[in-house]
Design a protein around this ligand. Sequence first.
Ligand code: NAD
Ligand code: UDP
Length: 347
Amino acid sequence: MSKNVLVTGGAGYIGSHTVLQLLLDGYRVVVVDNLDNSSDVAIERVEELAGELAKNLSFHKVDLRDRQALEEVFAETKFDAVIHFAGLKAVGESVHKPLLYYDNNLIGTITLLETMAAHGCKNLVFSSSATVYGWPKEVPCTEEFPLAAANPYGRTKLFIEEICQDLRRSDSEWKIILLRYFNPVGAHPSGYIGEDPRGTPNNLMPFVQQVAIGRQPALTVFGNNYSTKDGTGVRDYIHIVDLADGHIAALRKLSDPKIGCEVYNLGTGKGTSVLEMVAAFEKASGKKIPLVMAGRRPGDVETVYASTKKAEHELNWKAKYGIEEMCRDQWNWASKNPYGYASPNLN
Ligand code: NAD
Ligand code: UDP
């Protein structure tokens, strides 16, 4: 029988791509999302892409902190596992509104964990982030590296990781996988779903995409005097579909009896600079991206990329795509949906 999975934040960027991969893999999926940072059009598009399998998807507009509403979702379906994406993620905003971040991310997660326990569902995959490595002493980052957080957003990830470790220590029925994502970019190759940030994008590739379609005049490069190959920051960009597939590998791992609370990096293991990424996007789109060189962004780190060994060996998962495919698919989404899900002429 196919498994029932609850996906929190399933209308968001990573969530929507993961929901699609889950449906295509034969899972039954229930999404809860308050649509604070997403659109229900994303869910409609996932349904269209899933075709026949869309019958296995249902959506509830629910805030995780609304215990009663969450309770009703759990009363309706017996879940085999939960993938927990729901959370606020803008670093700068978290510095200005720390209580909003602690309330949404921590209270939301605690309410979810309590409801799961009450319904006997103790299998969880949680979205953590490479931000917990802070400025690493060396690269690639292995899962054993010391952890640090430079802002309230990062601290919510660190706290939730610790909460999950404590929970498992308190009750060995819990099986938890903490996935530390590196930098997800790109879109589904159909160009039908993708990233659609509200307001001015904070992250590199959504900003580059808006420059290419004329919504922004130029990319500001934050720092060109780092000790890297060309002076700009280096990150581990990972194709969103590879990242989504990593969640299916994690779900499978939850049925390993030896699993307790385990951490895995999801990255490619390759470091790419800002200028290399811009060049790859210019090639894929045929558009020139004007650059303005500026100082370092406060809180930024120089170089971060993943050690992928643990995920390869234990999850049997490895990223398949490189930056060419990431840029190709991002441009396909951007050119078909220049205003994201609000674009007037949908594909
Ligand atoms: P996103 O904002 O597109 O998706 C998050 C979704 O959660 C949104 O649809 C939002 O409406 C929903 N949500 C937020 N708070 C909620 C609440 N209280 N109740 C119900 N729904 C709520 O972000 P994303 O990029 O898809 O990220 C998903 C997860 O992965 C987040 O936890 C994020 O911190 C983490 N993550 C993202 C990145 C990245 O670069 N995108 C990197 C590392 C980790
Ligand atoms: N970056 C940039 N201009 C921008 C956004 C980002 O130069 O408008 C740089 C940033 O300094 C970093 C890299 O691009 O070196 C990736 O930044 P992003 O915010 O996407 O990810 P993170 O820093 O959180 O890993």
